[in-house]
Design a binder for this molecule. Structure first.
Ligand code: SF4
Ligand code: SF4
Length: 432
């Protein structure tokens, strides 16, 4: 938890001309300040998804209206009502639900419904471009422009799920994956002599070793990196060719691309296995990766999930455990990668489908959610799950620093949101 009760310096009344850190000169108390901060963080996450929707030509007026209203609420001397600010946080979850659904539909409309894919991991011979971030439209435009060249395009981090989309996988130049989540980028980008494209958030200022071959685009700006304008990737492709080829290395594979239709096609078999007691529970182990040492919890958790349980995953914490061989339960893979962080909507739609399949309420399903959070999209997703009324979730690797005891009490009392402890203890708590 933060050393300050609160931190606000947004108006001229701020204490000592520096910051209100104990209570607001305006009369705002610490819980109000923190709930306003939380609302801003959640709206930042929604805005990221909303931005990608608009790139794909779709929008929802009610989401834009919510963002305007939510921001206005956080101005000086507008809203001091704790109950209302909690409700606004839940409303942000609803807006995020809408925006994730809209983005997923736009992805499917543009790139097809994902299908399971075995992705080659490692360098292949020839010049290469490594694409990181979340922007599938940017990847598609790049793949089009690489046609007719011998440049291979590799995904990094949250771009991995691109391999599951038929309209992206059809390009021969989409070669495979290099590296894991965003946290390994300084090493991976230095190790592979390729041109690099950062498309969205989770790009770090570069090391000298690769600064001259890092490109960004659109909203992403990194001092020193060259900027791609108007989806014209010629400078990036030329750089890849100029750098020469990579040497082939031994390849491994990882799977991705378990879309809703694929999983629902397995629904009769899943129902049979659940009723026979051969599948006891589903665990959604999902969220952001971060350098926090406590992130090792998530691999250990998945390693210890009982053999009669299925692990669903999405977003970049999957790289903590997606090289584990978990096998299958009578043909149903025990590790199913649903995609990027916005594909939390797939997990939600899947949960709704399971409710119908087993004629149960959401919180009665044999489904446990174990979240890791790092940045503000994860905050928005958390509020979406709370808006849907999901209880009994685990959260780590640390508790959000914006939540003080008052806010945590609300989250625990109303939703039984539980900080992670040890994998074995938490699994025992769930399985009994
Ligand atoms: S809005 Fe209130 S809490 Fe924030 S700086 Fe101004 S007086 Fe302080
Ligand atoms: S899941 Fe979160 S931490 Fe990971 S790349 Fe996406 S936004 Fe960044």
């Amino acid at each position: 938890m933060s050393d300050f009760n609160m931190f606000c310096y947004q108006c001229s009344q701020t204490a000592r001309g520096s910051a209100c850190t104990n209570a607001g000169v305006c009369g705002k108390n610490a819980t109000v300040a923190r709930l306003q901060d939380n609302l801003i963080f959640s709206m930042k996450g929604i805005s990221a998804y909303n931005y990608h929707c608009k790139e794909l030509g779709v929008s929802d007026e009610s989401v834009d209206e919510f963002l305007t209203k939510g921001l206005y609420t956080t101005l000086t001397n507008v809203n001091f009502d704790i109950g209302d600010l909690v409700q606004l946080a839940l409303d942000s979850g609803e807006a995020n639900f809408k925006v994730m659904k809209m983005l997923k539909e736009a992805h499917i409309e543009n790139f097809g419904e994902p299908v399971p894919a075995e992705v080659k991991v490692g360098a292949q011979e020839g010049p290469g471009i490594l694409v990181t971030g979340h922007d599938l439209k940017a990847l598609e435009e790049l793949l089009k422009q690489c046609e007719g060249t011998d440049v291979k395009v590799y995904t990094h981090s949250e771009m991995l799920p691109a391999h599951g989309y038929p309209e992206l996988a059809k390009y021969e130049s989409l070669a495979g994956q290099l590296g894991g989540s965003w946290i390994d980028q300084r090493k991976v980008f230095a190790d592979y002599n390729v041109a690099i494209l950062g498309t969205t958030n989770c790009v770090l200022p570069p090391k000298d070793a690769y600064a001259d071959r890092l490109f960004t685009m659109d909203i992403v700006k990194i001092p020193g990196a060259q900027v791609i304008e108007d989806y014209d990737f010629k400078p990036l492709i030329d750089k890849a060719i100029e750098l020469g080829g990579l040497e082939a290395e031994e390849l491994s594979t990882i799977s991705t691309g378990f879309g809703l239709s694929t999983i629902l096609s397995l629904a009769p078999k899943i129902k049979e296995l659940v009723l026979e007691g051969k599948i006891k529970r589903f665990f959604l182990v999902a969220g952001c990766d971060s350098p926090n040492p406590r992130m090792s919890y998530y691999r250990e958790f998945v390693e210890n999930v009982p053999e009669d349980c299925i692990v669903l995953t999405l977003a970049c914490n999957k790289f903590r455990f997606n090289n584990l061989e978990l096998g299958d339960i009578e043909g149903i893979p025990r590790l199913l990668d649903l995609g990027q962080c916005n594909d939390a909507i797939v997990a939600i739609e899947l949960a709704v489908a399971l409710c119908e399949l087993f004629e149960m309420e959401l919180n009665d399903l044999p489904l446990t959610i174990v979240l890791s959070w790092m940045e503000q999209k994860a905050a928005a997703i958390l509020w979406t799950l709370l808006y849907l009324g999901k209880t009994d979730m685990f959260i780590g690797p640390v508790l959000p620093a914006w939540a003080n005891d008052d806010i945590l009490n609300v989250l625990v009392e109303n939703f039984n949101l539980t900080p992670i402890s040890t994998p074995k203890e938490d699994i025992k708590k769930v399985m009994g």
